[in-house]
Design a protein around this ligand. Structure first.
Ligand code: GDP
Length: 348
């Protein structure tokens, strides 16, 4: 179970502290009745701002609960309002700090903000992730902010299947902005960023700078570049490098050209500019028809992923499962060629 931050508290991600009683103890809250399990009631409560109902809904998604299908049927017609903003970048560039500063900014504007911190590379939420969340405690007493850490649980599809559903829950619950912050690096991070309407790539001087970002393949997906730690030496050079790189790319008329925003998230400097850039991108998405296009592309990916996961489940062909292991043995011993083995797997 991942760490949970709800409107009232931020709870540690230790299994022993995960039960409702432990949560109440941790929160020092009076004994209260659990929210109803009925999906309709849970969703109504979440839309009315009940953080406990929301936390339970996200847990249903994370645990691939049997109720998930029924839940999604109810949730999907309520979605489409939230602006989904992804933050990605090398560890240490300041993603958590930027997220935190953005939450503060949006709350000052009276918006409801959700934060999903996802770690595609780790099967568990570790201490570091939890440490990051401690900084978010400032928002822990705010009902209009929901913070949740998610880690891939090693089940079929992992985060790639669970994250879009968690986003839907927050969207249906009436959040205006949902920030997805990725922890860790690599291809999976790019996938998570592609879940967003607006993808923000954070770089910083001396650490995971623009060149490193290019290597990770995240430059292509950036809608907005953030050069954080502008108070540090070398920030101007990072801006210049990015400008040079962007100047080499070709943009047609009406295309979105990713802006570069300098921030010092630690003090909040530049966060207003960043929010303005996000707002401009959202307007461009809506006006250009790109929003619908992106969401359609995402739905396509998602349907394929669910269908493939289901097929693999039916075939029993996952690594470590006996049917696949038997076939692998026969291929290694030369009894069977891999094409015939794959045919056998598919035909059942
Ligand atoms: P993440 O790993 O990308 O989420 O990075 P964090 O948000 O955890 O930040 C890494 C470190 O950089 C922390 O010690 C922050 O306090 C520090 N940091 C974040 N933003 C700034 C900034 O604008 N200026 C400076 N000097 N330090 C910052």
């Amino acid at each position: 179970m991942a760490g949970i931050g709800t409107g009232r508290r931020v709870v540690a991600a230790r299994p022993v502290a995960d039960g409702p009683v432990a949560k109440r103890l941790a929160a020092g809250a009076p004994r209260r009745r659990r929210a109803p399990a009925d999906p309709h009631a849970l969703i109504s409560a979440a839309r009315a701002g009940d953080p406990r109902a929301l936390a339970r809904l996200v847990s249903l998604v994370e645990n691939e609960s049997a109720e998930l299908r029924r839940l999604l049927k109810i949730v999907v017609p309520m979605t489409g309002h939230a602006h989904i903003v992804g933050l990605t970048g090398a560890p240490g560039v300041g993603k958590s700090t930027v997220t935190d500063a953005l939450v503060r900014h949006y709350r000052n504007e009276g918006l409801r903000v959700g934060v999903l911190a996802v770690d595609p590379s780790s099967p568990f939420s570790g201490g570091a992730l939890l440490g990051d969340r401690v900084r978010m405690q400032e928002h822990a007493t705010d009902d209009q902010v929901f913070i949740r850490s998610m880690a891939s649980r090693g089940h079929l599809g992992g985060l790639s299947l669970a994250t879009p559903q968690a986003l839907r829950i927050l969207d249906a619950a009436g959040f205006d902005v949902v920030l997805i912050e990725t922890v860790g690096v690599g291809q999976a991070e790019v996938e998570i960023a592609s879940l967003a309407d607006s993808a923000l790539v954070v770089v910083a001087p001396g650490l995971g700078d623009s060149i490193q970002a290019a290597k990770a393949g995240i430059l292509e997906i950036a809608d907005i570049f953030i050069v954080n730690k502008s108070d540090r030496p070398g920030a101007q050079e990072v801006v210049r490098d990015l400008r040079t790189m962007l100047a080499m790319a070709h943009y047609g008329p009406g295309d979105w050209k990713p802006p570069i925003v300098s921030t010092t998230a630690a003090t909040g400097d530049g966060i207003g500019d960043l929010a303005a850039a996000i707002g401009r991108h959202r307007d461009w998405l809506a006006d250009s028809g790109s929003l619908a296009e992106r969401r359609r592309a995402r739905a396509r990916e998602e349907i394929s992923a669910i269908a493939l996961a289901e097929l693999r489940r039916r075939m029993g062909g996952l690594p470590g499962e006996s049917r696949l292991d038997d076939l692998a043995d026969r291929v290694t011993t030369g009894e069977l060629d891999p094409y015939s083995a794959a045919d056998e797997l598919i035909s059942g």
